[in-house]
Design a protein around this ligand. Sequence first.
Ligand SMILES: [Zn+2]
Length: 129
Amino acid sequence: MLFMKIELRARSSEGEPCLVTFARKNGRLSLSCSCAQPDNGGSCHHRRSLLRGEKELLFDPGEAVLLTAALGWETTRTVKAQLEALEAEISKVQTQRKKLEAEQLRLEGLLDALFETDELEEGDRGEDR
Ligand SMILES: [Zn+2]
């Protein structure tokens, strides 16, 4: 079966570049990275950024041609579209979460206001003594 592999070096905050591998086998894309970012699970930012076509992340700008070739694979375009759709969904959820957090703060403020009168009375009594 047709097997193709493109290896790229990505800039890494650790200094040493990461090796990102685009592999295509039987029409499926396998995207791996040599970095170890357990907190980010299976999708480190090197792979995501290169999949998005961010050439600035390349350790060697000369490898931009290889990145363009890997991004031209049909299977890569499919995965890229899925990545963008999921990122858009995540962004929507984050926006909703911010709105809900603001609403929670507003409601908690109203709840606190229920008790403000009592606090004032207690304070007044304190001043009287
Ligand atoms: Zn990585």
